[in-house]
Design a protein around this ligand. Sequence first.
Ligand SMILES: Cc1cc2nc3c(=O)[nH]c(=O)nc-3n(C[C@H](O)[C@H](O)[C@H](O)COP(=O)(O)OP(=O)(O)OC[C@H]3O[C@@H](n4cnc5c(N)ncnc54)[C@H](O)[C@@H]3O)c2cc1C
Length: 319
Amino acid sequence: MGLSKTAAVIGAGMAGLTAAAHLAQAGWGVTLFDKGRKPGGRMATRSQDGFMFNHGCQFASAHDAGFRAALIANHAEIWPATGDKFSGKPSIALLAASLAAGLNIKLGTHVSFLARQDAGWRLYLHNAAITPPSLVEPHGELSPAFDAVILAIPAPQAAALLAAIDHPFAVKLAKVHLAPCWALMLGFAGAAPGPDIVKPTSGPLSWIARENSRPGAAPTPVSYTTHASAAWSAAHLEHPADEVIATLSAAFVQATRITAPATFASVHRWRYALADAPLGEDCLWDPQQQLGLCGDWCLAGKLEAAYLSGRSLGIRLTA
Ligand SMILES: Cc1cc2nc3c(=O)[nH]c(=O)nc-3n(C[C@H](O)[C@H](O)[C@H](O)COP(=O)(O)OP(=O)(O)OC[C@H]3O[C@@H](n4cnc5c(N)ncnc54)[C@H](O)[C@@H]3O)c2cc1C
């Protein structure tokens, strides 16, 4: 019996985890690399001062039967406040951790350059805590060689890695756009709960959710995750965090009528949040170079799109 094929998957968000699981199931030796401290990417949860904030992806629509089954099997459940959408139960980090279980993941590892050698693909690896994320040049610790490499990272970051090795996919990615999103997290120790979900149609905010309304969430302390609209986020992308907190907090009070002072306030800036100009192909695969790309941005700015893209690429490689 021949040796099993190997793949390096860069990015342990929904797309990378799904592709990796598919390959591992088919007998490939798979190693995931992610610069984050936890797997999940935009499936992100912050726990601080007793509060829980799912400050990235809010919920998932599940039209595909396989995706629905994957959600149900991995700590997700219908979130009644949304009607028929799924939430992590109660945190999306649990969904990510459950999907990641059993996979070989090198966390805190930033991949800054791809090198195609006779033996296969080798990656230049850095400690993400001390490497400037924009670095795209060949230095750092070299990984072992892999037969195939998969980039499961936002299109602009993939394009930078591909441009550095003159791969033609870099050009295809230029038309893809992901809109940014400022997320505001507010905690109210001792306060009474307000509305579950508000979707403001004017002002800077587009989404307000009471974290305690998620399935399985603790009823207290009251905590809210809110998102600024794509237009407001883009216009204020480089503004200082304290200014963003002040403006969005004022909009929050106006939208919810919650006047109790927040005892915790923080913001997170998602530079690449929602794909508003996707590629329009489910994934990209170069069989000559054994290089593939997947991610939500292939299809749509949705968690389900990331799953479908990762699954398509996994099927492509194992067909
Ligand atoms: C604020 C916000 C709200 C959202 N709301 C919803 C919603 O309600 N419903 C919905 O369906 N979708 C929502 N989404 C979108 C959803 O989160 C994404 O579609 C999905 O999570 C994308 O998964 P992915 O695997 O394609 O990418 P990501 O989750 O971005 O994963 C990419 C991973 O690659 C890693 N990475 C990047 N570059 C490198 C590198 N060079 N080296 C190592 N690692 C690297 C990153 O750390 C990250 O973990 C939201 C997203 C955001 C940000």
